[in-house]
Design a protein around this ligand. Structure first.
Ligand code: HEM
Length: 511
């Protein structure tokens, strides 16, 4: 013993290494065997840190990254409804429990450390403090209300028409359209025009690969890496000329930030000149303080973060929901012809127009859209919350202490065969059953989450989907151009990242 002590005293680096190893060994024993969360089964690696999640989520090849979601599904089926997911995290699979976590005024708040990865801590999306969140949401909540959405219809219609015109160019040139890029561009132009009063012009890009659409497509997957290695955020502190050489994504991200900052300046200049768009915009609302609700106009960086997180929340999600829905219509002749027949009742000619409330009333289109949202689950990943003081008891009687991170994944609800029969089948008819059955299913249709932190853009997203799916299917006879189900397999890179492309030939209908 003396000899060991002498050696350590003689070699301070060895002493430091020994302390380091002993500390980690003690911590590992505590986390795996003694912590209150040790009662939950799961990978030992998950109990120790971010390694397990990083191992399954980070990679380069399709099918070898973004796999945590699927791995959890498989493990839950083997090991039960609650799993150890991290040193301080439990993951739950039981659909009934969803409504205990996510409901209005839930005390299960967002975990600030989790949302730090977004890099916009004061935005409505990332804010975890319930009071500050309410203040941030104050100008946006009424703006996104359904009654306001009607005023956006002409603007959204212009983008649908523009998108159709671009499809004609592809058809005339004999080129198939990559629908993921095209529909994300459509969603981008819709949401950015709602944000700034002027779109970012994503549909004008020759291949639908404009800077903003590319940045969000690349940025969201990088969140897995930032979560596992948070120090990567420090790269932003390095001189820009250096980070731009190191990473094209960072360079593009900065370009987008500057672009958004210029758009904010333009908006303010237009507003000062008394020139506001004819429809309500996010920018306009963000610039009006609401003292009685504690809302103070953010500084320029706060405005930029708010706008960019809102655009990012509304672009990929809606684009993916539309693409997956469209794919399932086009590859399914029975669904396709039934939908087209219904659309013809309100859109007798391919170029006809119907007011949005008429589209919304179509039962089959509604069923197709609900099924598209369930099936695509664009925000599939777990959305963790913190257990409030007093802890929580799970349905099986196990206790989870206060301060534990606890989460569930929307995908696990939507693909749970105890709720949705044959969940891997795209079946709009499930939404046309007896009212009690539809009410039961609707309780578990959680694409937009539930409660105080559910999607602010739900009404806009529905409107975009009704208009995109309704008009595109009525106007075009889409043919798949070689896309297979394997291309449509996806990895969970915060939003689904598909293994291949949905390529279609957009042929106009004559009647
Ligand atoms: C099909 C399309 C969409 C889906 C599936 C979707 C889904 C979601 C989900 C699941 C959340 C909760 C995230 C969490 O718990 O951390 C959320 C939040 C949010 N979404 Fe959406 N979303 C969609 C479209 C949109 C659109 C079009 C916008 C706006 C332009 C939008 C803006 C937001 C915002 C601002 C939040 C944060 C709300 C808050 O924390 O109070 N989303 N969305």
């Amino acid at each position: 013993m003396d000899a060991i002590v002498q050696t350590l005293l003689a070699h301070p680096w060895l002493a430091a290494l020994t302390v380091f190893l002993c500390w980690h060994a003690t911590r590992a024993v505590y986390l795996i065997y003694l912590s209150p969360l040790a009662i939950f089964p799961g990978s030992k690696w998950a109990a120790l840190g971010e390694y397990w999640e990083a191992y399954w989520n980070i990679g380069t090849r399709p099918g070898q990254k973004g796999q945590t979601l699927f791995k959890l599904e498989e493990m839950h089926k083997r090991l039960g409804a609650a799993l150890r997911m991290g040193p301080n995290e439990v993951h739950v699979y039981d659909p009934q429990f969803y409504h205990k976590l996510y409901f209005p005024n839930s005390k299960f708040y967002k975990d600030p450390s989790m949302h730090k990865v977004l890099g916009a801590p004061t935005s409505t999306l990332a804010e975890s403090d319930p009071i500050r969140h309410k203040q941030r949401k104050a100008p946006l909540e009424p703006l996104f209300a359904k009654r306001n959405m009607q005023a956006l219809e002409p603007m959204l219609m212009e983008h649908v028409n523009h998108c159709c015109g671009r499809f004609d160019e592809f058809y005339d040139a004999g080129k198939p359209v990559s629908m993921e890029w095209a529909l994300k561009s459509l969603a981008m132009d819709m949401v950015s025009q709602f944000a700034f009063g002027k779109s970012l012009g994503a549909l004008d890009d020759p291949e639908f690969k404009s800077l903003p659409v590319q940045v969000f497509k690349q940025y969201l997957p990088s969140l897995h890496i930032i979560k596992a290695f948070p120090f990567i955020r420090l790269l932003h502190k390095l001189p820009r000329w250096l980070t731009h050489r190191m990473s094209r994504s960072i360079a593009m991200g900065h370009e987008l930030e500057q672009f958004a900052a210029r758009r904010i300046d333009d908006f303010v200049a237009q507003k000062d000149a008394g020139k506001l768009p004819s429809f309500p915009t996010i920018m306009e609302r963000l610039l009006i303080p609401i003292p009685e609700k504690g809302y103070i106009v953010p500084d320029k960086q706060g405005l930029r973060d708010e706008i960019l997180t809102t655009i990012s929340a509304g672009d990929d999600t809606t684009g993916i929901a539309n693409m997956v829905t469209l794919y399932n219509i086009v590859r399914n002749p029975v669904i396709h012809s039934r939908l087209l027949a219904e659309l013809k009742t309100v859109l007798p000619e391919p170029e006809s127009h119907a007011p949005y409330p008429e589209l919304e009333k179509l039962p089959y289109l509604t069923a197709v859209i609900k099924e598209g949202l369930r099936y695509s689950s664009p925000a599939a990943s777990r959305t963790p919350r913190l257990v409030p003081p007093g802890g929580v008891t799970l349905p099986d009687g196990r206790y989870v202490p206060a301060g534990t991170r606890i989460g569930m994944a929307i995908y696990h609800i939507h693909y749970n065969d105890s709720i949705f029969e044959n969940p891997r089948t795209f079946d709009p008819d499930r939404w046309l059953q007896a009212p009690e059955e539809v009410a039961r299913l609707s309780r578990f249709m959680v694409a937009f989450s539930r409660g105080s932190r559910s999607c602010l853009g739900i009404n806009l997203a529905y409107m975009e989907m009704y208009m995109a799916i309704g008009y595109l299917i009525r106007r075009f006879d889409f043919q798949l151009a070689g896309t297979t189900p394997a291309d449509m397999a996806w990895d969970d890179m915060v939003v689904p990242e598909f293994h291949g492309e949905l390529l279609v030939v957009p042929k106009r209908r004559d009647s």
